[in-house]
Write a protein that binds this ligand. Sequence first.
Ligand code: 13P
Ligand code: SF4
Length: 317
Amino acid sequence: IAPDAAWRDEVLELARERDAVILAHNYQLPEIQDIAHHTGDSLALSRIAAASDASTIVFCGVHFMAETAKILAPHKTVLIPDERAGCSLADSITGDQLRAWKAEHPGAVVVSYVNTTAEVKAETDICCTSSNAVDVVASIPADREVLFLPDQFLGAHVKRETGRENLHIWAGECHVHAGINGPELAERAAANPDADLFIHPECGCATSALYLAGEGTVPADKVRILSTGDMITAARQTSAKSVLVATEIGMLHQLRRAAPEIDFRAVNDRASCRYMKMITPAALLRGLRENKDEVHVDPETAARARGAVQRMIEIGK
Ligand code: 13P
Ligand code: SF4
């Protein structure tokens, strides 16, 4: 199916008939981002899902995001155009593994990144996203131990920012972001000395970027560790003419829309998330035509997870 005018008209008409709001993550294909009613990062989309009046949410993103919407809005119909759109990071910890880890640290506060399954969220005290992880951890009394999961690079960033010694970090990673590495970043930065660096905290290179800044290879004010939504805000504010972007390449579309005069370049142009790209124009149309794939979360699990997700959308507003 070509994402042409007929496709566009049918998608929007079906959405109207079904009283559906279409949400798209910043890593979606450009045509999906362009047709969505709202595009954003995981925190912004969770907030929109919770506040929306629409009776159906069509989530163009990966499965844990649609599950989070269902946890926040249990009475709404939540659809994902292809339920096989998973996440390697969410798969890096199971409910059983988390229960075992908690047993080793009784009394610790569990902070889970939103990239986790509903079962893991049900074992969690507070969820966070990349845009509010530091605020979430800072909100926990300093004398409490914290278990932070599942992303080791985001965990390292939070530990650096909060200076907390009692933060234990799970060794998970996202295969896309872990592949954006320090040597690659250093090489790109050296070739583009005037560029700003926008780096997602899930990246393998986040620590190296700060190291480059620390040794003076890159001016410290040019290195920014940002969630995808915060990259758009930073793009509107910077005076730089070029920006090197270390995250999934779908991000470049919104950045170029936000600041067309800036030359945005991917640090690693192979950093494409195959799960995000399963949401094709054909899948979106099929989903709306057939009311598929409906996302279900067991009501008891959802009830246990809801408090943690609600605390996440409240913090860092
Ligand atoms: P954010 O949109 O919160 O920055 O998350 C990025 C991500 O990897 C989601 O899969
Ligand atoms: Fe998961 Fe990584 Fe894909 Fe984000 S980019 S959905 S963290 S696999």
